[in-house]
Design a protein around this ligand. Sequence first.
Ligand SMILES: [Zn+2]
Length: 237
Amino acid sequence: MYELKAKPKSALAIFAHPDDADVACGGTLALWSSLGARVGLVVCTRGEKGTVDVGLKPDDLAEQRAEEVRSASRFLGVDELYLLELNDGEVTNTLDLRSRLVGLVRRFRPEVVLTPDPTAVFFGEHIYNHRDHRELGYAVLDSIFPAAMLPHYFPDDQPPHRVTTALLAGALEPTCVVDISGSLELKIQAVTCHRSQLQGEAEAMDHVLRARASELGRRLGLRYCEAFRRISPAGTQ
Ligand SMILES: [Zn+2]
């Protein structure tokens, strides 16, 4: 693993649920935003099924989570927030979803795209990756290469755009880290905006995020890090 010291001019994070990006790459987004990057966040679903409370109405939860992501985005320095409002649990790598993602990529024209690593399935013996994350990761990869960069894909949309780098979060085999020592506190503040997901355990979440970032950093002698699998789609460096 190596330290990615890139300072991109623009970055677009594309994730399935309202709290995903903050946990996956909130420190990186906050860091790059503070360095002057234009930062966009795409949240694909309303997250309306993310509760064990049978009495909580899905529409009410969706509304609460939209508010939470708006608050969190301010901590991360997000310039453009796109809520696609798909149904939770129904993200599927279809032509229709890729069409929407290609449209967003060609409009925002990011240098870097951040999204879940779709090949990460099993995390130890007790957790495996959410279907929405897996489907979305593949949909995003299929959208940035080759679709967004070639004119005959979705020819009626915006002009083609070449994404230089994809950073895949939640990777089982990360290849690089970003030093988020200066932005970890913003990440923690963003994550703790998602009160509907914390069940009153903001302190425990703070501890988990700090410990995880510290563990990743230690491998390279850094304080706090986020890790990614880095891909430069064909024809780019
Ligand atoms: Zn999620």
